[in-house]
Each structure stands twice: as C-alpha cells, then as structure tokens.
Unconditional design. Structure first.
Length: 141
C-alpha cells in the first residue's frame, strides 16, 4: 500500500511580508542584501535583491534558505554540528547548496516548518540579525 501525507507551506503573502521586514531591517543597518524565502521543498517563493547588493549574495541567500529548510535548523548551527566530526566536516561541505554559516532560518508556524528564510549581504552575524528581526516582526503579528 502506498500512503501519503500533507504538508503546510508558507503563503506568497507571508513570504512577501518576511521579505519586506528583512528589507526594512537591512536598511536600518545600512546594508544592501539579498533576501529569499523558500517553501518546504526548497523552492523559491519570494526574493529581493536590494539596490547595490553584491551579485554573489543572490545565490547565497537562496542557498541559506534551502539549507535551513532542508534540515530544519538554522545555518549557523551547522559549524558546531560538524566541527568535531572530521569525515562529516571534510565531506559535507562539498554538498551543493549547503551553507554552514549564519543567515538561514527555518520558518516555523504552530510547530510546523512552512519554509526557510535566507539573508546574505553583510557579515554572517549581520545577516542573522536581519533574518531574526524579520522573523520576529512577522511571527509576532
């Protein structure tokens, strides 16, 4: 017998609100960034490259969102996860789209992961602050 299950996904409206909130936080910081929201399958739902954001940030923001939703954990947790495991540390970093530094977060609603948010354009600690501000602004509505 083949069985199935249902998944909940972020709406385009909610993804757009997250992008707007992240853009406002980046502007407050004086940074131009790329901002991405993906659905639970890692597919892009919303994206913005702010004026002046470096071209390289486009793919990194999308990959941060993809990494976060792929394993259900923030990208900044990857470093400590692999740091003491040489085979994993050496091998997994060659995985396409995997990002092991901050700026990617799973988007959780009522205990379910509905997507991922990725931010790129500053130091990863700044990317994290922008993403956290956007999530706080939108999830507390």
């Amino acid at each position: 017998m083949i069985s199935s299950y249902s998944t909940v996904t972020i709406s385009h409206d909610s993804a757009s609100r997250l992008i707007d909130a992240a853009g406002a936080a980046a502007e407050d910081m004086g940074k131009s960034m790329s901002l991405a929201v993906v659905d639970p399958g890692g597919e892009l739902v919303a994206f913005r490259r702010m004026d002046g954001a470096p071209l390289l940030t486009v793919g990194i923001a999308q990959d941060k969102a993809y990494t976060a939703v792929s394993f259900g954990m923030p990208t900044d947790q990857w470093h400590s996860f692999i740091a003491e495991d040489d085979p994993l540390r050496i091998g997994i970093v060659h995985t396409p789209r995997l990002v092991v530094f901050g700026g990617g977060y799973p988007i959780m609603v009522d205990g379910q992961m509905v997507g991922g948010l990725g931010v790129s354009g500053g130091h990863y600690s700044e990317d994290m602050k922008v993403a956290e501000a956007a999530l706080a602004a939108c999830l507390d509505e």
